[in-house]
Design a binder for this molecule. Structure first.
Ligand code: DQA
Length: 143
């Protein structure tokens, strides 16, 4: 099974950026753990970009081939019609992920442009949100 994790803007700074909200662990280190847990079961790939168009290009590139995509679009979640359109355009199911519980935060984070075109949404479990999203995709694919 091939699953891609795509992280959007500022998520390259995980571990450094606002640790009280996003924690102390960098994504590369967490990805190592995920790869160990899913070794042999899931082929995981990782892509991060701070640029909206690059995220869209990546969705187009893998979105007709992969079994699932875990997407943390960062702040683009709340603004990007273009990313929502890209998710609608591809075949691969996308799970929207947030490290923080966006509904406990500022009001502008309560609305997502992409939720309606995603398979589901997982938010508020720290980095474990990504593992929960992987589990959701694995369950979805085996149904
Ligand atoms: C985030 C929440 C967004 O509101 C924010 O802009 C991010 C990270 C999260 O993972 O909690 O960059 O997607």
């Amino acid at each position: 099974m091939k699953i891609a994790i795509i992280n959007g803007p500022n998520l390259n700074l995980l571990g450094v950026r606002e640790p009280s909200i996003y924690g102390n662990e960098g994504f590369e280190s967490y990805l190592k753990t995920l790869n160990e847990v899913y070794d042999g079961e899931v082929e995981l790939t990782y892509f991060q970009s701070n640029h909206e168009g690059a995220i869209i290009d990546q969705l187009h590139k893998i979105g007709f081939e992969y079994d699932g995509i875990v997407l943390n679009a960062g702040a683009y979640t709340h603004t990007s019609v273009a990313i929502a359109d890209a998710i609608s355009a591809i075949k691969t199911p996308v799970v929207e992920v947030h490290i923080s519980n966006v509904h406990k935060r500022e009001e502008f984070r309560h609305h997502s442009m992409i939720s309606r075109v995603c398979l589901g949404v997982i938010a508020g479990f720290g980095l474990d949100s990504y593992r929960l999203a992987l589990e959701a995709i694995i369950a979805h694919c085996s149904n």
